[in-house]
Design a protein around this ligand. Sequence first.
Ligand SMILES: Cc1cc2nc3c(=O)[nH]c(=O)nc-3n(C[C@H](O)[C@H](O)[C@H](O)COP(=O)(O)OP(=O)(O)OC[C@H]3O[C@@H](n4cnc5c(N)ncnc54)[C@H](O)[C@@H]3O)c2cc1C
Length: 233
Amino acid sequence: MRFEATVKETIQRTPDVRSIRFNRPKGFSYLPGQYIFIGLRVGGKYREKHFTISSSPTEPDHLEITKRLTGHEFADALAALKVGDRVSIDGPEGDFTFAGEYEKILPLTGGIGITPVRSMLRYCMDMKLGTDVVLLYSNSSENDIVFKDELEEMRKSNKKLNVIHTITQPIGGWKGLTGRINGMMIREAVPDFMDRVSYVCGPPMMVDDMVKVLRKELRMPGKKVKYEYFPGY
Ligand SMILES: Cc1cc2nc3c(=O)[nH]c(=O)nc-3n(C[C@H](O)[C@H](O)[C@H](O)COP(=O)(O)OP(=O)(O)OC[C@H]3O[C@@H](n4cnc5c(N)ncnc54)[C@H](O)[C@@H]3O)c2cc1C
């Protein structure tokens, strides 16, 4: 489906991550984890880029994307959008989705790779799916955790959701896990990892590392390792 959408709201999530909400047209349906193409004029030329829909299909009033503001051309054009501006949207696309197919899942993600996971978690909550979820989420610092408050609120109200943060450049006071996600961390933090379907999403290097750890080190079968690359980081 291709349509013009109007910016409804923008929300600064961290110092360099912003969500942009558009009016959701009637009849636009999607699955948690799918992406859309956002098209706009950048430097006088029309350009399109992929963005995962960070809202959940259960949120009827808006479609949300969440973008790391890289200072590059496309990011600057998105960052300049104001309420009432219009963009072109095409989609949804993609099969990195979760809508209750598995009883236990293990999303492994870093930084902006949280966007499909946020959609999946909100969907699980709103649909009361009862899915057993352990999320391992890596960021450079505590301030970089995208959707931090919402993840905490969902964790508190859902006994079947565990959110484990790991910080790669901790400063004083951080009491949680530190360093990048690795095989040892997964074994210790998620002893039943083999019973889960993992969802890996983020910058290509991180995704490649994670898939290698899951497949080669932890010997998870390929059908239990789903992944999506966010190129450009
Ligand atoms: C399925 C899918 C889902 C995605 N979902 C998301 C999402 O939810 N959120 C998100 O933030 N991203 C997402 N992405 C990535 C997104 O599409 C962009 O590629 C990414 O955000 C980089 O955009 P940019 O604004 O930096 O791009 P551009 O301005 O087009 O730059 C692209 C690349 O060109 C180079 N470049 C451009 N300008 C400069 C410059 N001045 N100096 C040096 N190098 C430069 C850099 O390597 C840069 O990364 C997704 C990608 C895919 C494939």
